[in-house]
Design a binder for this molecule. Structure first.
Ligand code: CMP
Length: 224
């Protein structure tokens, strides 16, 4: 697909006219990052804004002791790298391609120009940033208020609701994240997640089916 066609698939540009999309297409470049490649690191200077066409990107904070806190998993249509451009501070987190990724990128001055010239883009940006703040608040309250069992249940429900698909029988199937990924989202160890998952499976609240987890209404009820 051509860059202009690809840009139309990015939700923050949904309201742009064809001629705006054409001018933006002149400025955007396509980039490929192989699975498990860092795109940038926390604390670096940031000069580029990224949009995800295909693949998943992990936004994460790496501790000096090798521990990791996953802030978010982003996918097709999402963008990242805007914060360093908007507030002129270093990168607030590390971004890593967790699958082969096709991205579009814009240089700082082009990003600033596009945002300044189109109010539809700035309001779309604010909407997404508000949604991210809501999610971060939810994550803070999960970490602060729930015990570790509650946190495991909560992260599963969040993944099911964010990334899952509803099956005909009402259950939800969603990506089978590794126990390590789940642990890194909720500040616990892989061993603890493994223990909790065995418990949930034993109670029949969750099933692993191929590359997916499946939860039913009982699971949702037990979390709400
Ligand atoms: P920037 O600070 O330039 O680099 C790291 C990027 O990760 C940041 O811009 C955002 O695009 C993204 N990011 C940071 N925190 C979050 C979060 N809590 N949820 C989703 N994305 C985030």
């Amino acid at each position: 697909m051509e860059v202009r066609e690809l840009l139309k698939t990015v939700p923050i540009f949904a309201e742009l006219s064809d001629s705006d999309i054409d001018s933006l297409a002149q400025l955007a470049s396509r980039r490929h990052f192989a699975k498990d490649t860092p795109i940038f690191f926390e604390h670096e200077e940031g000069e580029i804004f990224f949009m995800i066409l295909e693949g998943r990107v992990k936004v994460t904070i790496l501790g000096d002791d090798g521990r990791e806190v996953i802030l978010s998993m982003l996918g097709s249509g999402d963008f990242f790298g805007e914060m360093a451009l908007l507030d002129d501070e270093p990168r607030s987190a590390t971004a890593i391609a967790v699958e082969d990724c096709d991205l579009l990128s814009l240089q700082r001055s082009d990003f600033e120009g596009v945002v300044a010239s189109r109010t539809s883009i700035s309001s779309a940006l604010i909407k997404v940033l508000s949604a991210r703040l809501r999610k971060a608040n939810h994550q803070i309250s999960t970490l602060a208020l729930l015990d570790v069992y509650g946190r495991v249940a909560r992260v599963l429900l969040d993944m099911a609701r964010d990334e899952g698909r509803r099956l005909r029988d009402g259950r939800i199937a969603f990506r089978r994240a590794t126990h390590q990924e789940m642990a890194n989202r909720i500040g616990t160890t892989r061993e603890t997640v493994t223990r909790m998952m065995k418990d949930l499976e034993r109670q029949g609240l969750i099933q692993a089916e191929g590359k997916e987890f499946v939860i039913g209404p009982d699971f949702e009820k037990s979390c709400d």
